[in-house]
Design a protein around this ligand. Structure first.
Ligand SMILES: Cc1cc2nc3c(=O)[nH]c(=O)nc-3n(C[C@H](O)[C@H](O)[C@H](O)COP(=O)(O)O)c2cc1C
Length: 310
């Protein structure tokens, strides 16, 4: 028997395999394809204070070994989410991590955290300060960047939310920075229990017949296997600098790529784009991880995390 359990802050997971925000809907879309109870946790699509219609279409396109998306955080708003989506998510029987965002007014993060803090079905809060598809106008940093592209803004937002909730707090970082470890340290210093990396890389694709960008918003976030080696390098760099656990993601498609992220220092891993291609992928990774650990006589997942040889 191998022990796949892991704690992320006060969040107890029976295994480290999660599904990433925005790529698993509100779980009900997947219940015919995968046994949801087998997952370590589900991260909800990012929710904002007010509902958002999202960006103009087309919002997605395929790229070599990946995809671009510019959904623009389409969501029903926190009230409707709590009333209609959370009960459905909870039926899955696994911990639900609620992803929240606001770039236009970072103080909304505090309101969102206070609302979620009251709800026992919410296992943890993920701060999405790294969505590349909404126009950033950070009032804290006073610059036109994402919160997670600025050390001080990251620190201020995480610190303010930390005061507003006792729930496990996970900060999701952007890879569109020069030094991701520096931003990770800001989140840690401000009291984040864990880090989640990475969000998508800003990219672009052009239709040469129409001579227009394939995404209406011109740019979108690149995800999928195309980003895996860069995401993995970022996880490894951050692991070597911080004390708090990392949830690693970026192009994980199968057991082998999941184990790469664990060895590089992820305490848990999250599957995103692959869910559109193989909705059973996360369940398969749980099975594959167990088999790998048994074969290599690794009794406890903790003995695998950060186990990269130099
Ligand atoms: C269609 C789509 C929608 C996404 N929506 C969100 C979102 O709402 N919130 C968020 O934090 N990340 C969102 N992401 C980013 C993913 O959660 C993940 O960080 C990223 O795609 C990298 O992982 P992957 O390569 O396994 O997809 C989205 C990604 C895709 C492809």
């Amino acid at each position: 028997m191998v022990d796949l359990s892991i704690n992320i802050g006060r969040l107890k997971l029976k295994n480290p395999v999660m599904v990433a925000s925005g790529t698993f809907g509100y779980a009900e879309e997947f219940e015919d394809f995968i046994d949801l109870k087998k997952l370590g946790a589900i991260v909800s699509k990012t929710v904002t204070l007010e509902c958002r219609p999202g960006n103009r279409v087309p919002r997605t396109c395929e790229t070599p070994a990946g995809m671009l998306n510019s959904i623009g955080l389409e969501n029903p708003g926190i009230d409707k989410f709590v009333k209609e989506k959370l009960p459905v998510l909870k039926k899955s029987g696994v911990p639900i991590i609620v992803s929240v965002s606001s770039e236009a007014n970072p103080r909304e993060f505090i309101l969102l955290a206070k609302i979620l803090d009251e709800i026992k079905e919410v296992a943890a809060i993920e701060l999405n300060i790294s969505c590349p598809n909404i126009r950033p106008q950070s009032q804290i940093s006073k610059v036109s960047r994402l919160i997670s592209q600025d050390f001080n803004a990251t620190y201020e937002v995480v610190k303010a939310v930390r005061k507003a909730t006792k729930k496990t707090l996970i900060t999701k970082l952007s890879p569109n920075v020069t030094d991701i470890a520096e931003i990770a340290l800001a989140a840690q210093k401000a009291g984040s229990d864990a880090l989640c990396l990475v969000n998508t890389f800003i990219g672009m694709s052009v239709d040469i017949d129409t001579r227009r960008p394939k995404i209406a918003a011109a740019t979108g976030g690149l995800s999928g296997p195309a980003i895996r080696p860069i995401a993995l390098r970022m996880v490894w760099e951050v692991y070597n600098k911080v004390r708090i656990p990392i949830i690693g993601m970026g192009g994980i498609t199968d057991t082998e790529s999941a184990i790469e992220f664990l060895l590089a220092g992820s305490s848990a891993i999250s599957l995103g784009t692959v869910n559109f291609v193989n909705p059973k992928a996360a369940e398969e990774v749980v099975v594959g991880l167990k088999a790998y650990m048994a074969k290599n006589k690794i009794k406890n997942l903790k003995n695998l995390i950060g186990g990269l040889r130099g």
